[in-house]
Design a protein around this ligand. Sequence first.
Ligand SMILES: NC(=O)c1ccc[n+]([C@@H]2O[C@H](COP(=O)([O-])OP(=O)(O)OC[C@H]3O[C@@H](n4cnc5c(N)ncnc54)[C@H](OP(=O)(O)O)[C@@H]3O)[C@@H](O)[C@H]2O)c1
Length: 221
Amino acid sequence: MRVVITGGNRGIGLALARHYLEAKHSVHATARDVAKATALRSLASDLLVVHPLDVRDDASCRALGQALGDAPVDLLINNAGVGRAASGDPGEILAAFDTNAVGPVRVTRALEKNVRAARGKVLFISSVLGSIGESSSGGMYAYRISKAALNMAGSILAHELRPAHVTAVLVHPGWVRTDMGGPSAPVPVDVAASNIAALAAKLTLADSGRFLNTDGSEIPW
Ligand SMILES: NC(=O)c1ccc[n+]([C@@H]2O[C@H](COP(=O)([O-])OP(=O)(O)OC[C@H]3O[C@@H](n4cnc5c(N)ncnc54)[C@H](OP(=O)(O)O)[C@@H]3O)[C@@H](O)[C@H]2O)c1
C-alpha cells in the first residue's frame, strides 16, 4: 500500500509514518522544513520518501502532486494542522482556516489523480472540537471554526469522489499526547496512530462522508 501523510515530522503524523513503515508499507511523509525533520528522517527506510509541503501554499501542494506523478495512492491522510489558540483574533482565525480547512482541500485536489487511480481512501484528521452538535462551551474560535469548515470540505469531497470509488472520511483521533494535545492528554501518540490505521483499514465506500471516532462510532456534525 502507498500512504501519503501530511505533517509527518512530529505528533500524530510522525507516529503514523512509523506505524505504516513498521507494517512495510510505502510511506510518503511531508514536512514544512525537511532539513529540520530529523525524527522523521531518522526513520530512514527504503520505503520512506520525505517531501517538503506547506499546506497553505498552492505551489507547494501542486509540487507534491507532481512529485508523486501517476503513482496510485491507496491512503491519503490529511493530518497537518494547527492548534488550539484561545483568542477570537480574526487574523488567527483566518490563518487556522487556511491551514486546517483550505490546506486539506489543496492537498486532496493535488493528489486526486493518485487517489482515484488506486480507488483509495482519504482521511481528514478533524476534531470533535469542530462538531457543532457537541459544542457546549465558548472559546478556541480559530481551531473550532476551522475544523467545522474542514468537516464540510471533507463531506463535499466525499460526494465528489464517491463515483470514482474513493472513500473519504473525517476522523477525530481522540485527545492525543502531542505538542498540540499537551502532556495531560490521555491517548499516547502511538496508540492514536494504531487506532487511526485500524479504522482506515476497515473503511469501505459505504462509510464515505462520515465523521467518526477511531472506534468507528459516529460524531454529530
Ligand atoms: N493532539 C490532539 O489531541 C488532537 C485532537 C484532535 C485532532 N487533532 C488533529 O490531529 C492532527 C495532528 O495533530 P498533532 O496533535 O499531531 O499536532 P502537532 O504535534 O502540533 O503537529 C502538527 C503537524 O502539522 C504540521 N503543520 C502545521 N501547519 C502546517 C502547514 N501549514 N503545512 C504543513 N504542515 C503543517 C506541523 O508541522 P511543523 O512542525 O512544521 O509545524 C506538524 O507536523 C491535526 O490536524 C490536529 O488538529 C489532534
